[in-house]
Write a protein that binds this ligand. Structure first.
Ligand code: ADP
Ligand code: MG
Length: 634
């Protein structure tokens, strides 16, 4: 044992403590994953060393044979992992192995319910990392030295995984990290060559550098060499460099877990080698669930970038548009220079062509998923649909393609679930229909009974029901699909085109003429509140509705703008009444102007309520209504 100096005991950060506790008590059913996590870290550490050595070859300290070694001692009940990667300085070890929780940890912990069963499946989704060592070990020791630091600046970190850890400065001749796991009683099975080999094959075969185990020794004990012979147990070639046909689904899935730090399987992936003017390989994954920080602007996103197999950076976000920020994976380019930086990436025209090709790949992959695995696509849509809806605004060139991937609730099917595609809708168009009708609103419950739908129900025409906050904004970017334009049924003067027969139209004109007097009276009564009053042809059951002016902001957009503190331009609705409704007939026949005025205002306010809007003067509404009720019962 070498001399330890500057020894101190430090407490784990609160979040780390909670996480450790949870992990130790909930991941008992799949303990072997600790090895995958530690190998994944070792591989990352080697990637980082390779990258830093591009600029500073002296970091390799003469040893450029990068590898991971896993050994064990049955008697001492230990498993040891050793890598010759970048290593950690004392400050780094303190920060990364105890005092800085991974980003998202706090959010994650907030989501816990306290219900052991639910929480154990949640932690599974979180990505467990270094601390998973404590699933099988009751003491973990880390010996590490940052490449480039002197041998005397090694670090010894040790912890029992409870409240604190010890850290000391020690001598360490080789750069890199050695982790010693002191197995808990009951976990001795891992101090076994056969067991370790199987776990490595299962989870870490895709790792692009050799993982070695000591070769089994069959001779007599006295002949056993002091230093074992080592044997490589994985394939040790970067997974994306292999031909597709030589990679199994399980290997693709394990590789996904390595690059994404996700614990679950991806929904889908796409692996492509591009040759020609540009040369690169990409392996892109659609995750099975949304990360906690999907909507946080600053959240890390992007692909792992390699140049000619050399790791360059994590989270290279220049290769995909923002609306595909949930995609994980790797891109390995032969065209970029090894000393490419983020600044260069932002300017390089090569990146632009790669970005548009990769974007198309992802959209194709989603199309394929939707077609061949509709159930999986539903999961995708639940998790990422809202993000994909940002697409038409961000990516004009792929607008139609993105539109085809969108899913909506509809009067046609799904009972409020977002399952109807625009393709489905178009395939069900009524004879004579050349428009796609939609209605936006706050919730499915609110829009499904909207008076705006009455005429569509009567004629059996499907209407898309859009209730996500950003839907109205989305629809301002979508003007047509498959040559059919979109019509907001709550907007303007609804013209059903050839869906109304010539007789219908004639009858409508006649009714409108006969009600000119009522229109004028209503205009006078409602005054400044309305932009226009007119006879409606879209109502069967309701007395009146409010339509939005063709150019005006709808309710959702107004609410979004108001919430963000912006000034909302004034706009007045159009009051449309149903001439055949008994209430309107009564109104028409009302000789008393005061009562006419009260009734008109009540109808106006009710129409606003039915549209999901709030009343400007609710007290006045209640007063008028009560007055009428009193008269009624008198
Ligand atoms: P993640 O891998 O998602 O960053 P981990 O909990 O697995 O989270 O690891 C935490 C951090 O500890 C790593 O990001 C890295 O900085 C450091 N680390 C872990 N293992 C090693 C290692 N073998 N060599 C160098 N640094 C390591
Ligand atoms: Mg890790």
């Amino acid at each position: 044992m070498s001399v330890e100096t500057q020894k101190e005991t430090l407490g784990f950060q609160t979040e780390v403590k909670q996480l450790l506790h949870l992990m130790i008590h909930s991941l008992y059913s799949n303990k072997e994953i600790f090895l995958r996590e530690l190998i994944s870290n070792a591989s990352d550490a080697v990637d980082k060393l390779r990258f830093e050595a591009l600029a500073k070859p002296e970091l390799l300290e003469g040893g450029s044979e990068l590898k991971i070694r896993v050994s064990f001692d049955k008697d001492a009940k230990t498993v040891t992992l050793e890598d010759n990667g970048i290593g950690m300085s004392r400050e780094e070890a303190i920060a990364h192995l105890g005092t800085i929780a991974k980003s998202g940890t706090a959010d994650f912990l907030k989501n816990l319910s306290g219900d052991q069963k639910k929480d154990s499946s949640l932690i599974g989704q979180f990505g467990v990392g270094f601390y998973s060592a404590f699933i099988v070990a009751d003491k973990v020791e880390v010996f590490t030295r940052r490449a480039g630091l002197a041998a005397g600046e090694g670090v010894h970190w040790a912890s029992k995984g409870e409240g604190d850890f010890e850290i000391a400065t020690v001598e360490k001749a080789e750069r890199g990290t050695r982790i010693v796991l002191h197995l808990k009683s009951g976990e001795e099975e891992f101090a076994d060559g056969w067991r370790l080999r199987n776990v490595i094959k299962k989870y870490s075969d895709h790792i692009g550098l050799p993982i070695e185990l000591p070769k089994e020794f069959h001779g007599e004990e006295k002949d056993k060499p002091a230093e074992p012979e080592w044997e490589v147990v994985n394939r040790a070639s970067a997974l994306w460099t292999r031909p597709r046909t030589e990679v199994t689904d399980e290997q693709y899935q394990e590789f996904y877990k390595h690059v994404s730090h996700d614990y679950d399987n991806p929904l889908s992936w796409s692996h492509n080698k591009v040759e020609g003017k540009l040369e690169y390989t990409s392996l892109l994954y659609v995750p099975g669930r949304a990360p906690f920080d999907l909507y946080q602007r600053e959240a890390p996103r992007g692909l792992k970038l390699y140049v000619q197999r050399v790791f360059i950076m994590d989270q290279a976000d220049e290769f995909l548009p923002l609306y595909l920020r949930f995609i994980k994976g790797v891109v390995d380019s032969n065209d970029l220079s090894l000393n490419v930086s983020r600044e260069i990436l932002q300017k390089d025209p090569v990146i632009d062509s790669m970005k548009s090709a990769l974007t198309k790949r992802v959209l194709d992959m989603l199309e394929k998923l939707a077609k061949s695995e509709p159930e999986q696509y539903k999961t995708f849509w639940k998790n990422f649909g809202q993000v994909l809806k940002e697409g038409p605004a961000e990516d004009f060139a792929n607008k139609e393609k993105i539109a085809g991937l969108l899913r909506f609730a509809s009067t046609g099917e799904g009972e409020g679930e977002q399952v109807v595609s625009l393709g489905d809708y178009v395939s069900r168009l009524k004879e004579g229909q050349d428009k796609i009708y939609f209605l936006t609103g706050e919730s499915y419950a609110q829009v499904k009974n909207s008076p705006h739908l009455e005429v569509f129900r009567k004629k059996g025409i499907e209407v898309l029901l859009l209730t996500d906050r950003i839907d109205e904004w989305l629809m301002s970017y979508l003007t047509e699909f498959d040559g059919k334009s979109f019509i907001d049924v709550a907007r303007g003067d609804l013209d059903l085109g050839s869906l109304d027969s010539e007789e219908d139209k004639k009858a409508q004109e006649e009714v409108a003429k006969s009600k000119e007097g009522l229109v004028e009276r209503l205009k006078a009564a409602l005054g400044e509140q309305v932009a226009e009053v007119r006879v409606s042809h879209r109502l069967t059951d309701s007395p009146a509705i409010l339509a939005i002016g063709e150019q005006d902001l709808g309710l959702q957009m107004r609410q979004i703008l108001e919430a963000s503190g912006q000034k909302v331009p004034d706009s007045k609705p159009i009051f449309e009444f149903n001439p055949g409704h008994p209430l309107i007939e009564k109104l028409d026949a009302e000789p008393d102007e005061d009562r006419f005025g009260d009734l008109s205002h009540i109808l106006f306010d009710q129409a606003a309520l039915a549209a999901g809007d709030s009343l400007k003067d609710p007290a006045a509404y209640v007063q008028r209504l009560n007055k009428l009720l009193v008269e009624l019962s008198a």
